[in-house]
Ligand binder design. Sequence first.
Ligand SMILES: Cc1cc2nc3c(=O)[nH]c(=O)nc-3n(C[C@H](O)[C@H](O)[C@H](O)COP(=O)(O)OP(=O)(O)OC[C@H]3O[C@@H](n4cnc5c(N)ncnc54)[C@H](O)[C@@H]3O)c2cc1C
Length: 449
Amino acid sequence: MRDCAIIGGGFAGLTAALDLVKRGLDVVVLEARDRVGGRVENGVLDDGQYVELGGQWIGAGHDAVKELVDRYGLHTVGLPNKGNLVVRLRGQNLEVPSGDDGPALSPFEVSDLGQGLLRLRRLAQRLRDDPAWSASNDAWLRQDLRRWIQTNLRTQGAQLRFIEVYSAAFGPMSRTATLLEGLHQVNSGPDLESMLASNGGLNQRRVEGGMFEVCRAMAADLGDVVRTSSVVDRIEHGERSATVVLTDGTRIEARQVITTLPPRLAMKMTYDPPLPQWRTETAAKVAAGNVIKAFLVYEKPFWRDLGLSGQSSADEGSVRVTFDTTTGDDERGLLMGFFEGADADSLSKRSITLRQRSFVDSVVRTFGDVAAKPIDYIERDWSAEPFTAGCHGAHFAPGVWTTNGPVLAEPEGVLHWAGAEYSGRFNGYMEGAVRSGLDVAAAVARNCA
Ligand SMILES: Cc1cc2nc3c(=O)[nH]c(=O)nc-3n(C[C@H](O)[C@H](O)[C@H](O)COP(=O)(O)OP(=O)(O)OC[C@H]3O[C@@H](n4cnc5c(N)ncnc54)[C@H](O)[C@@H]3O)c2cc1C
């Protein structure tokens, strides 16, 4: 019998496995796909260049991931900060200086922005610390987040940069985002003020070769501990051990089991005996988000000749944010964007040609006709992936994390839970996944001692 069976070879599973192996435990990682990495994946273009189809950016405070990047001798690069950001609001295109190109905002706007971020952080703290206040202000907390920004920040420059920093930290702000959702994000994500203080608010870095290289190196370190193409569909658990059953009938006995699937997906496996009802009900409330990550490939990064950074943010269109993800050794230009929420829902049922056309329509409105003729297109629809079923991460409905989040991560006898969605800090991020992998490994090691 093994000490521990880990289900899932994403960042959480690989981190837990490395930690347990280092402690001398006998571990197996069972990964359904034919590769490790989970929501971190490289795609390859026809000229051999890679694109990052899943998790890509790390930022302020992502120290556990940074430690792995350093451990494996990999290097990070920042966003190409040259050029202006394009913000498209109510049909008008505004160019906002970003990064190294000098102060984007006047001192008055900077002060306005600082006050706004401070107000948001104080509200987030109150939400966390004062349940009675949160309950009695429930209706007010459910107001439109954009309306709150307009009411609480006086200058348009600060309002735009606020949305930009927020989107860089938590992903694009949806049209239906409420103040309450924003406050939950602030409580679980990176510190917005420190993001703003460094690199014009977009202190995002990616790994040369792709974040997938980190997962590949971790798996190489683990060797035959990792078994790919191993789909788990049943866990029989007792007081002292459990048996993990694969779809091909293979049975693996272990003293402890760690499941690293997003909460809803984890509930799709069969548990014998069944899990308590509160756990399945809570997991059902943690719906996965819906994002299609897509790339348009151009003969060259044309936006640079126009004095633009390739970064854009719009209040309409099926792709509302873009980033320049051109790699250093590629002469071609790579523009990355996200289809999100309702747009992703409806377009995921349509053809890839239609999605490409829809992305092109959006960027033509932002960058002009020069964006009309990409030479290639590549995408990953994470909701269509059976072993992920949605992304970036799961979405906690208001109140679900505060009331049930921490208990959701509590073990159930010999069954442990880990993954980006179980982390109290950087929930939904690679950093959260790695931190929860470390936490769960410590708990399993204590039980095995
Ligand atoms: C498009 C996109 C962009 C993102 N961008 C960022 C970003 O820029 N920065 C950031 O920090 N985060 C980002 N994220 C989020 C980040 O990728 C995830 O939070 C993180 O990778 C999750 O790691 P995990 O180990 O918790 O889960 P996963 O990576 O989901 O790992 C779970 C593993 O379990 C496996 N599995 C599923 N079912 C079974 C089964 N039945 N049997 C066996 N194995 C199974 C899966 O194949 C998977 O490998 C992004 C995610 C997406 C999809």
